[in-house]
Design a protein around this ligand. Structure first.
Ligand code: SF4
Ligand code: SF4
Length: 295
């Protein structure tokens, strides 16, 4: 597998407003997600735990799913959810606030939803090659290549974003896929208290989740046991409290970007230097780790 990621960030940014026909969708599988986030990268239980332990619990967000035809399901807030033993099934990913970015080979910055850890100026990942770098990101698009499924890199190429997938052989050291029976309690979790989710499900569907809503799922993920539906209650409660209290540079940057953002896909009304200064002010000066740039 060989990629040219410089100036791309196609798998970190929701670039649907740039080319809806070429972009993909998270809704193509048998269990469409409840939310409309693009390319949510599922985290493992241990990755969620690390973010929470490091005070970065405000970086993560849960995703619930509509049930497939023969799935167990549970109805909350008038919404049918995929479930296991009556408990809603979910994954946890990284939040995507609007940022001023020029991805997929463009040079005209727009307000597009982008991963919390994407440096909007260099289009590099702020946690690349650190112990926080998610397996899903480090192995992408290996699982797609193994399955013969379309990759984001090819979609970017179809949108005129340059040659991205230079060698399509899957890597030999792929981690376990994020979905499938082996993923239960490892990347796919079940929320153990469905009666507590009144109102929460509707807010998640509408992109209006509160810090408490997000924290309760982060807690349940951290308390989960790989290979089982059971949840360690004490570990769950501790992680939930810690996630709820998180007040990192990530949360501050998300609030700032959300306040400043134009409409989804709108051009950024700042020249290059002003945009770079703004990104430094909102992210780097608030404590975000730097990126080396592509040179
Ligand atoms: S963690 Fe890094 S590589 Fe993964 S989606 Fe976010 S910015 Fe992209
Ligand atoms: S879409 Fe492909 S080429 Fe583009 S940043 Fe992601 S992995 Fe790299």
């Amino acid at each position: 597998m060989e990629l040219d990621c410089e100036g791309c960030a196609g798998c970190c940014v929701d670039w649907r407003p740039l080319d809806p026909a070429a972009a993909g969708s998270d809704r193509t599988g048998p269990r469409p997600p409840l939310d409309d986030v693009y390319d949510l990268a599922p985290l493992t239980r241990d990755e969620v735990a690390r973010f929470v332990d490091d005070g970065l619990g405000d970086a993560v967000v849960p995703r619930l799913f509509e049930p497939a035809e023969r799935d167990d399901s549970v109805r909350i807030d008038g919404v049918d959810l995929a479930a296991a033993d009556g408990c809603p099934v979910f994954v946890v990913g990284l939040r995507k606030p609007p940022k001023p970015v020029a991805p997929i080979g463009t040079d005209d910055p727009r307000w597009l939803d982008a991963c919390v850890f994407l440096d909007p100026t260099t289009l590099q990942c702020r946690i690349h090659d650190t112990d926080r770098y998610p397996d899903t990101c480090s192995s992408y698009p290996g699982h797609n290549l193994e399955l013969g499924a379309e990759t984001e890199c090819e979609r970017v190429e179809a949108a005129g974003g340059g040659d991205r997938l230079l060698d399509g052989g899957p890597p030999a050291d792929l981690p376990a896929p994020a979905f499938g029976p082996q993923a239960l309690g490892a990347t796919v979790f079940a929320y153990p208290d469905p009666d507590d989710l009144d109102g929460v499900v509707a807010r998640l569907r509408d992109g209006e989740a509160t810090p408490d809503d997000r924290a309760r799922f982060a807690g349940a993920a951290v308390g989960s046991r790989p290979g089982s539906l059971s949840v360690a209650r004490e570990r769950m409660a501790e992680a939930r409290d810690r996630a709820r209290e998180a007040d990192s540079w990530v949360g501050a940057a998300i609030r700032e970007w959300t306040d400043r953002a134009g409409a989804d896909g709108a051009r950024v009304a700042l020249d290059g230097d002003a945009r770079d200064r703004l990104a430094r002010e909102v992210e780097d000066d608030a404590g975000a780790p730097g990126t080396p740039g592509w040179d």
